[in-house]
Design a binder for this molecule. Structure first.
Ligand code: ZN
Ligand code: ZN
Length: 288
């Protein structure tokens, strides 16, 4: 009798593991929204659910979650990349309503002061630059980027040998950044503007200069040139992100990145796939 009782939980566990092995191993994600009107990226395993940035209103964030059949109440953490409003607009609202812990580096916390509303002390956590933190079965690595914010940083997610790298809002991709994000299974990668559209466009010169500067944003072509150096031999998904609504178009970004990668000797197809992101429509929730 005793034997029977002690065996039961073990058998149940084995069964779940056996049936759901692939599910348990996978890293799921969706780019909920991307662009200068608001950014939010969802990354999850069976055990952990993390949101990177919440750059839209609380209501808009809830609507985005509904579209992927999820709810912010399920989140274990919100990680903030930097204090620009297109990354933090909904952070305070979500954190208060669903009591979600928020992580950012110290300078970003200081810069966000007065922009999030009140967040209780027990929800505020420091995630330092170039630190690795465990969130259940996900290891998250932070790295610095070059952008006109207090201390902007992005994140690499590691889970069961899978690697997902997130990098937008940087003026250029340094060798150090390339070293951190190389050979990922998934890239959510800035492809902000088309050089010609930006040069010819209506923006005042001061704004153009800021975007083109070392602390601005990465162009379609520069995104592809950086990717060409870091894409590994395994199958890779690249999501072109943070597209400028005035100085870029999805098709143009896709075509420029594809052509530039091919000029660098990388074939875009089954092995290396390019995907669009959208300012208001989440990408399909997929698992790698
Ligand atoms: Zn941004
Ligand atoms: Zn920014």
């Amino acid at each position: 009798m005793i034997k029977f009782i002690t065996l039961m939980p073990l058998m149940a566990q084995f069964k779940i593991y056996n049936n759901g092995e692939k599910k348990i191993m996978s890293l799921k994600f969706s780019v909920l929204a991307s662009g200068s009107t608001g950014n939010a990226i969802y990354v999850a395993t069976e055990k952990q659910r993390i949101l990177v940035d919440a750059g839209l209103s609380g209501k808009a964030m809830e609507d985005l979650f509904k579209k992927i059949d999820c709810c912010p109440s399920a989140l274990d953490a919100i990680l903030v990349t930097h204090e620009h409003s297109d990354h933090i607009k909904g952070v305070g609202i979500l954190a208060r309503k669903y009591h979600i812990p928020v992580y950012a580096n110290e300078k970003t916390w200081q810069a966000m002061d007065g922009h999030l509303g009140k967040i209780s002390v027990d929800q505020k956590f420091v995630f330092g630059m170039e630190e690795i933190k465990g969130f259940g079965d996900i290891q998250v690595e932070s790295f610095g980027v070059s952008h006109d914010a207090a201390e902007p940083m992005f994140y690499v997610f590691h889970h069961e040998g899978k690697k997902l790298s997130l990098i937008t809002d940087t003026g250029y991709v340094s060798d150090r950044m390339k070293g951190t994000i190389k050979e990922s299974d998934v890239y959510i990668f800035e492809s902000n503007h088309d050089m010609n559209m930006l040069r010819m466009g209506k923006y005042p010169w001061s704004v153009k200069r800021r975007i083109l500067s070392d602390v601005g944003h990465v162009s379609n072509e520069d995104a592809a040139l950086a990717l060409a150096e870091i894409v590994g031999t395994k199958s890779t998904r690249v999501y072109l992100a943070h597209l400028s609504k005035d100085n870029n178009m999805k098709d143009l970004a896709n075509l420029t990145v594809k052509q530039t990668l091919e000029e660098q000797g990388l074939e875009v197809g089954d092995h290396l796939k390019l995907f669009d992101t959208d300012p208001v429509k989440p990408t399909e929730l997929v698992a790698v």
